[in-house]
Design a protein around this ligand. Structure first.
Ligand code: APR
Length: 233
């Protein structure tokens, strides 16, 4: 008997997914942008004015991300691959999805694991958990910077992400306030008939067609994954 086509799932994740791994979110009470200025630390202007400050900020975030471990929600998402065709579209710059075993992860806001030059080639360099120091140059002789998408810069992989969402049978949105575009707009291109679930603690408005599951991702996501797995196993 022909093998039934695997259903396609897209997971759109944000910093709330890594919160229970000890990494801060951005807009919650103890969020990064309530402690620091994103203009100084996550914008081209801030980089031009105080590159040493920006490097120190991301070096600290990189070493914390490297010390962190994937949590039960990351692992549950990875386990979906046993029965489903899964694509993860993440706004997170940590590599906890990959370390939990997710095979296809699109980082739309960049990755802490890479540095890049600021010359025309924008060549990327894998640095894993290592710091970037002032004076470290790319092959074209420009100062290396974190390969992170800062405010005002172009979000990555969006065409591919949209196509994946448009084709998805199920969409799971976890740990994002859906306030930063164009990534937040991905919820609007999901198919009407797709099974759509949103898991956060707080959100201003639940996108239409989404079932809202409030609570910590490590409790909610394994439950959602169990239910979806039981549908096909
Ligand atoms: N489990 C589930 N959701 C959680 C948890 C948790 N343990 N903790 C917090 N959340 C939810 C919050 O309720 C909130 O809705 O995660 C969301 C975090 O929202 P933000 O802090 O706005 O983070 P995020 O959506 O990832 O930010 C988007 O903004 O600053 C830029 O580039 C940065 O990728 C980032 C983008």
């Amino acid at each position: 008997m022909a093998e039934r086509a695997r259903k396609r799932i897209v997971v759109l994740s944000g910093s709330g997914l890594s919160a229970e791994s000890g990494l801060p979110t951005f807009r919650d009470a103890a969020g990064l942008w309530n402690q620091y200025s994103w203009v100084e630390l996550a914008s081209p202007d801030g980089w031009r004015e105080r590159p040493e400050l920006v490097l120190a900020f991301y070096n600290e975030r990189r070493s914390k991300a490297w010390a962190a471990q994937p949590n039960a929600a990351h692992r549950a998402i990875a386990s979906l691959e046993r029965h489903f065709d899964v694509s993860v579209v993440t706004q997170n710059v940590d590599n906890l999805h990959e370390r939990a075993g997710s095979a296809r992860v699109l980082h739309v806001h960049g990755e802490l694991a890479f540095a890049r030059g600021t010359g025309p080639s924008r060549k990327r360099y894998r640095i894993d958990g290592a710091p970037i120091e002032l004076g470290q140059k790319c092959d074209e002789g420009t100062q290396l910077r974190p390969d992170i998408v800062w405010f005002g810069e172009e979000t990555q992989h969006m065409d591919e992400a949209r196509a994946l969402v448009e084709a998805a049978d199920k969409m799971l949105v976890v740990g994002t306030s859906l306030t930063v575009y164009p990534a937040a707009g991905l919820v609007d291109v999901a198919r009407r008939e797709a099974d759509k679930v949103l898991n956060v603690i707080e959100i201003d408005e639940v996108p239409s067609g989404f079932r809202f599951e409030r609570g910590p991702a490590t409790q909610v996501i394994p439950r959602v994954v169990d239910a979806w797995t039981r549908e096909v196993a």
